[in-house]
Design a protein around this ligand. Structure first.
Ligand code: ZN
Ligand code: ZN
Ligand code: ZN
Ligand code: ZN
Ligand code: ZN
Length: 325
């Protein structure tokens, strides 16, 4: 019998759903080591590479939930899995259950028009900023903000801050949703940009220096980097010592800068503001530090203020010598 194990975020109980009646299009590849495990005295086959859409359908069927009632998430990373993603079900799936309907209680509702859809006839919640929104729209609005990496919710219209607790109440979040999005708020507040692609990333919960970029992680291959030094993460990773950084600066190649054509510029610098190690790959001499987010001229090392201070990106400036850290 084919089964998947899962658990709702607000419960520690591990449940099982059967898939024998579902069309599976031959996508099951039982893992040779894990294909047969004894669980609850029944023989269970765990599956690999099953689409999220199918997994959701089987769990919803098990509970007689209407379609669209749940999401499958990775709470540790704050990720909601998309329908066409394929998951390895050898792990226990984490499920967020949505409420059947988001009904705003009378004491939280208002007659003000919805700030997003002025013609909205559904009941609207009065938000702390003074604007009003229907609960479904508010929930969508919160999830979009949190998925984009923000740790502070704001009204898109007046830009006033929304408190998470208060807003999650008004969006009529289920307990699962509150746990998941509450976790996402705290993950976002310790987020930073991926050194490879600039995507907003998170640290792996409970592991201080290790971070993962989901955008650079392709099927089966996770891209992890060190939070402190931004190098790719390997087992027993050690950040670069001061001596190692100095030797990289001393021995790096020089290059001719694009646009300004300035010659003999060392290709590796440390940020003049925070000391993070930065390599110049392409684009002009204005460099934004991935660590402190300040910008400086890669050639003369003067800090930028609303753009380059020394000269335009096309023009020459003094080539600062290799730095001493
Ligand atoms: Zn507002
Ligand atoms: Zn990345
Ligand atoms: Zn490191
Ligand atoms: Zn910096
Ligand atoms: Zn300059």
């Amino acid at each position: 019998m084919l089964r998947a194990r899962y658990s709702f975020l607000s419960s520690s109980k591990v449940l099982e759903a059967e898939v024998e009646n579902l069309q599976l299009d031959g996508e099951i590849k039982p893992n040779t080591n894990l294909s047969e495990v004894r669980l609850r005295r029944s023989s269970v086959v765990l599956m690999q590479n099953v689409t999220v859409k199918k997994l959701k359908a089987m769990i919803e069927k098990e509970h007689k939930f209407p379609p669209g009632s749940i999401d499958i998430v990775s709470n540790l990373y704050g990720i909601t899995h998309e329908n066409d993603e394929k998951l390895d079900t050898t792990n226990v799936l984490q499920v967020v259950r949505h409420p059947n309907a988001r009904i705003i209680p009378a004491h939280l509702s208002t007659t003000l028009p919805d700030i997003t859809y002025p013609g909205e006839t559904e009941p609207r919640a009065l938000l702390s900023c003074g604007h009003a929104m229907a609960a479904d729209t508010l929930y969508q609005n919160i999830t979009v903000q949190l998925k984009s990496g923000k740790s502070v919710l704001k009204c898109f219209s007046c830009k006033k801050e929304w408190n998470f607790q208060d807003t999650s109440e008004k969006a009529q979040m289920s307990l699962d949703e509150k746990l998941f999005w509450g976790m996402k708020v705290s993950l976002n507040s310790v987020g930073d940009e991926c050194p490879k692609c600039g995507y907003y990333c998170q640290r792996i919960a409970g592991d201080n220096d290790r971070a993962v970029c989901m955008k650079c992680s392709k099927e089966g291959k996770i891209y992890e980097f060190c939070w402190k030094c931004k190098l790719s993460w390997k087992d027993n990773h050690k950040c670069l010592s001061k001596e190692a950084i100095q030797s990289m600066i001393n021995n790096c190649e020089t290059k001719t800068m694009p646009y300004s054509n300035i010659k003999d510029v060392p290709s590796i610098r440390v940020c003049p503001s925070c000391g993070a190690l930065i390599q110049h790959l392409d684009m002009c001499k204005e460099m934004r530090c991935y660590h402190c987010k300040k910008s400086f001229c890669f050639v003369c090392l003067t800090m930028c203020e609303h753009g380059l201070k020394c000269s335009s990106y096309m023009s020459k400036c003094f080539v600062a010598p290799r730095q001493i850290v």
